[in-house]
Design a protein around this ligand. Structure first.
Ligand code: ADP
Ligand code: MG
Length: 625
């Protein structure tokens, strides 16, 4: 029997490991399964190059709980270790690795985000165990070894009679880590970290039923089979040419079993120079609420789950996507802020952005209808990308679509072309009319359509920022919402209408109306429009409204706190009702007409609510009874 004292400067390393890694105890299992996988893959490699004389058929890794003895077992059929190797790799290497880790992270241990990503390796087993045993039989012709260590720097190493090749790690679970003796907890961990590891992982057995025979002879056969936790060959490890659309969809299900909606598009990432990265990204159906985003992109390192926080690795606008990224080249043992400055990570982020842009470009080119159909579900990602990544903006400008209120979709170039054709003065600004809500702004949309204009339907909460950017880039381009002013003033086309009221009459009318409508909210503006146009109409200047909206979605506001709620009340002096107001003799009647007209105008802008709406309805009933 051999025993010895592990040569570490830190007298008792185990309490330290426990203390520093408190929040990340669960990673021990990931580490042990990773080692078992490494050992199996190494053996495969040796067998392939003829350096190990073994048959390598379907090796497994098995995880077992022995509740009575309070042990957890991780067993592999990998290359195993000889006594000398245990000495070298466990007593010396693994310990020095652990010690180095402690020294390096002692002071930053509270920054636990880092630690979980940093494999402490074999020694993380001591975070949950009072004693750890290794029983291992090398593929070489040498006796098996049995190593035991109880958490002090002393260990024992003796021969063992194990004959099957491979390694069994036995953890004697500590009394404060009982959770790791629970089947559900272990299953949860295996599913979280090892779901896509390359060697099959067995965790117990399960019943499987299948039918056998034909017709009357048909019977159900019950069978007990190994319960394999993982899919060793997930879709992202395969070549895109080997996969069909349905393979991508079923992999999405595998990743997000609780997601019932189908993904809209997928993008297969695959590069090995200047960095290695594979993965599949999916565009999910997004609604306009940026906050409900639960299933996130998962980051793997050689098929081992690392984290689902890809902030800093993937540009922010793409964190709205789902899927997997697998790269051995992402340095995760550093802080997030450092990560963002890292050259390799920057390249990875640029590559992903480019791939996403290229994919969308190709869908636009080859299956535009498909893109149009799904546009409203993905536009937020694209708008956000155009606002935050210059390179993406340059590409996306060509395929970014503008939906119209007629259900068609135009690119910016097509839009400009169309406006230009309709315009008599070719040097004039190209004004694009848009609405944000087809229902609420119906009257205004209708008025614009009646005059032959196309009205865009731009309803995403961040589109205002994008319009601003597009206008800044092209001073010939302007976007105005249909209710920003009377349509004839938004796009000056025809000759101005003549006023039916004299200047004197107008001077009487204005104060009359101003006396009734609340002046802190409305500025009254008299206009000569055609007599068919509404007599009273509420508008809000484009500039005002956009500043207010942009302030709500972050940035762009110059008025610090809340914006005043200000509107224009456009009064059509050519409408018969307006003449009638002027001609009405009694002050009371006049006021009532103005008030009722104002409320109708507010109603058509969805501005009449609550108590005022109730009063309006009561008054209207009184009028018609
Ligand atoms: P790393 O995996 O980063 O090398 P670990 O601390 O996890 O560090 O493991 C230390 C070493 O112990 C490994 O490099 C390997 O040589 C050996 N080892 C650990 N687990 C096994 C195992 N299941 N089979 C064979 N060798 C192992
Ligand atoms: Mg390891």
């Amino acid at each position: 029997m051999a025993s010895g004292k592990i040569n570490v400067a830190v007298e008792n390393i185990f309490p330290l490991i426990k203390k520093f890694l408190y929040s990340d105890h669960e990673i021990f299992l990931r580490e042990l399964v990773s080692n078992a996988t490494d050992a199996t893959l190494k053996l495969k490699h040796l067998a392939n190059i003829g350096e190990a004389n073994v048959t390598y058929d379907n090796p497994q890794i098995e995880i077992k709980i022995d509740k009575d003895n309070r042990t957890l077992h991780v067993t592999d059929q990998g290359l195993g270790m000889t006594m000398e190797e245990v000495n070298k790799y466990i007593n010396e290497l693994a310990f020095s690795g652990a010690e180095e880790f402690i020294n390096q992270y002692k002071d930053s241990a509270k920054d636990s985000g880092i630690i979980g990503h940093f494999g402490l390796g074999f020694y993380s087993a001591f975070m949950v165990s009072e004693k750890v045993e290794i029983i291992t039989k090398s593929h070489k012709d040498a006796p098996a070894a049995h190593w035991t260590c109880d958490g002090s720097p002393e260990y024992t190493l003796v021969e063992h009679d194990k004959t099957a090749r491979g390694t069994e790690i036995i953890l004697h679970i500590d009394s404060d880590s009982d959770e790791f003796l629970e089947e559900t907890r272990i299953r949860e961990l295996l599913t979280k970290y090892n779901k896509f590891m390359p060697i099959p992982i067995k965790f117990g057995t399960r019943e499987e039923t299948h039918e056998e025979g034909e017709g009357d002879d048909k019977k159900e056969i019950k069978e007990t089979v190994d319960d394999i936790i993982n899919n060793p060959t997930p879709a992202w490890t395969k070549k895109p040419s080997e996969l069909k659309d349905e393979n991508y969809t079923s992999f999405y299900r595998e990743l997000y079993p609780m997601q019932f909606e189908e993904p809209l598009f997928h993008i297969h990432l695959n590069v090995d120079y200047p960095f290695a990265l594979t993965g599949i990204l999916y565009f999910p159906k997004l609604n306009n609420d940026l906050n409900i985003q639960k299933d996130r992109i998962q980051l793997y390192q050689n098929q081992v789950f690392v984290t689902d926080n890809v902030e800093g690795i993937v540009p922010e606008f793409l964190t709205m996507l789902r899927g997997v990224i697998d790269s051995p080249d992402i340095p995760l043992n550093v802080s997030r802020s450092y990560l963002q400055a890292d050259g390799a990570v920057k390249k990875i982020s640029n590559y992903i952005t480019k791939k996403v842009a290229d994919k969308l470009q190709s869908i636009f080119k080859n299956e535009r209808e498909n893109l149009e159909q799904k546009w409203n579900d993905i536009k937020m990602v694209i708008e956000y990308g155009m606002l935050s990544e210059e390179k993406f903006y340059d590409k996306a400008k060509k395929f970014n679509l503008f939906p119209t209120t007629d259900g068609t979709f135009l690119t910016l170039d097509e839009l400009k072309e169309q406006t230009k054709e309709a315009q008599t003065d070719k040097d004039e600004k190209l004004i694009q009319l848009y609405a944000a809500n087809a229902e609420e702004q119906h009257a205004y949309i209708q008025a614009a359509k009646d005059k032959g204009y196309t009205v865009l339907l731009l309803d995403s909460p961040i589109v205002g920022h994008l319009l601003q950017k597009l206008e800044q880039e092209d001073d010939k381009l302007g976007f105005v919402r249909v209710d920003a002013d009377h349509i004839d003033k938004l796009i000056a086309k025809d000759e101005p209408q003549l006023s039916k009221l004299s200047d004197d009459e107008k001077e009487t009318l204005k104060p009359l109306i101003e006396g009734v409508v609340p002046k802190e909210k409305y500025t009254v503006q008299l206009e000569a429009m055609d007599s068919e146009a509404a007599p009273f109409m509420i508008t809000q200047p484009e500039f005002m409204r956009r500043m207010k909206e942009m302030q709500q979605t972050g940035g762009g506001g110059m008025f610090g706190g809340g914006f005043p709620e200000m509107y224009q009340l456009v009064v059509n002096v050519n409408h018969p009702l307006v003449s009638q107001i002027l001609e009405t003799k009694t002050k009371k009647k006049q006021e009532r007409l103005i008030k009722q007209s104002l409320d109708l105008a507010r109603l058509s802008q969805s501005l009449l609510k609550g108590e005022e709406l109730t009063a309006f309805i009561k008054r209207s009933f009184d009028m018609i009874k």
